[in-house]
Design a protein around this ligand. Structure first.
Ligand SMILES: Nc1ncnc2c1ncn2[C@@H]1O[C@H](COP(=O)(O)OP(=O)(O)O)[C@@H](O)[C@H]1O
Ligand SMILES: [Mg+2]
Length: 360
């Protein structure tokens, strides 16, 4: 956006690899709604970056800014080394965007759509046909190639949509909730595709509300809420923030919980003990030494003659992380939520930096 940006690019081009995506202090409002309030992050070349966040967090707005569909109010963003404002056309040539809009022509077959996209991207007729043939095979659409897209199932539609975006190999791919509402088979297809992008060194930004998806697919994750980045790191780093491994103990009889707490002694932090109430049916202790902590707990409970239904070592899931950071569980898009001022203040509190304290 500024002369400064140009200088930085030249330097990068000479030495290091240009980052796939650079976002610095991007803000975007829609009237009174501040969708992005100064977002900053980077995605390295070839990295798969997950963007997690509840509904309304600003994920789609961020993707729309990066794919030049809307302009930011302030801040700067670069995709494949091109500024999204001053070099929008270069950005568009470098990217693939799929997900919440499909420019497919229902009256044409899958094959015809692919050829049409190839022609739009400037391929000659023969090259466009050859590429369409390749993609039909790669996306397992041979049976459907000659059928009108209007008759496709949701999963097939998504595949042909993604295939259209790959007619010319992009440098950066944006997938905005690509698996929301898909059946497991089609979801697996999208997962395979992302693995393919990584293999080809294509930078991929993936928004999702399925946390296991981010865990499985993404090299790094940023969590955004209310238009700002509230956490970033690998899935493991984010999980470590919630306090690391813990040991969950489920007694045979809930009335034994107090006796269990006594028997555990110093293994049970005071805060965890105080969190017990008449609704509790299990308790958790931090397990900094992993299996050793579990064995010690079991030994103490055994010698006190206390019977258990279950005792297990657990690692926090990304779900736990998300809950801790945003104050609520992830829900796939389509389940709108209204936030009361109370919800918002609770979220703020939970989003405050964690100190590695034991889980309740
Ligand atoms: N075109 C628009 N006009 C007005 N408000 C919008 C528009 N697009 C998004 N918003 C608002 O901006 C916020 C972020 O939306 P969005 O980026 O779609 O979030 P997400 O994709 O994370 O669910 C929401 O409060 C949403 O209502
Ligand atoms: Mg969205």
């Amino acid at each position: 956006m500024t002369a400064n940006t140009e200088t930085v690019n030249t330097e990068l081009a000479g030495g290091d690899l240009v980052d796939g995506v650079v976002v610095e202090g991007v803000e975007k409002s829609f009237g009174a709604v501040k969708a992005l309030r100064g977002i900053t992050f980077r995605a390295a070349h070839g990295e798969v970056l997950g963007i997690l966040g509840p509904n309304g967090a600003g994920k789609t707005t961020m993707v729309n800014v990066l794919s030049t569909l809307i302009a930011p109010d302030s801040g700067r963003a670069e995709v494949a080394g091109h500024d999204v404002v001053t070099a929008a056309a270069d950005v568009r040539r470098s990217i693939m965007l799929t997900g919440q809009f499909a420019a497919l022509d229902d009256a044409l077959s899958g094959y015809e759509n692919l050829v049409m996209f190839g022609r739009l991207m400037g391929l000659r007729k023969r090259a466009a046909r050859a590429r369409a043939d390749e993609l039909i095979t790669e996306f397992d659409l041979t049976d459907a190639a000659t059928r009108r897209v209007g008759t496709y199932s949701g999963g097939m539609r998504r595949r042909i949509d993604i295939a259209c975006g790959l007619v010319v190999r992009p440098e950066v791919v944006f997938l905005d909730e690509p698996t929301t509402g898909l059946d497991p088979r089609s979801r697996q297809g999208v997962w395979d595709l992302v693995a393919g992008f990584r293999k080809h060194g294509i930078t991929t930004l993936l928004t999702t509300q399925y946390l296991e998806e981010a865990d499985a697919l993404c090299d790094r994750i940023i969590v955004i809420d209310h238009g700002v980045v509230i956490a970033e790191g690998t899935a493991d780093e984010l999980k470590a923030r919630t306090g690391g491994s813990y040991c969950e103990i489920v007694p045979m009889r809930t009335q034994d919980l107090d006796a269990i707490a006594d028997a555990l002694g110093d293994l049970l932090p005071t805060a965890n003990r105080e969190a017990l109430n008449e609704d509790s049916d299990s308790l958790a202790i931090p397990a900094p030494r992993g299996a050793k902590t579990l064995a010690e707990a079991l030994r103490r409970l055994d010698s006190a003659g206390l019977e258990l239904v279950d005792i297990a070592l657990r690692r926090p899931s990304l779900d736990d992380v998300f809950l801790q950071l945003t104050g609520h569980r992830a829900e796939p898009e389509g389940a709108p939520e209204e936030l009361s001022p109370l919800d918002i203040s609770v979220r703020r509190r939970l989003a405050a930096p964690t100190d590695g304290k034991a889980r309740p």
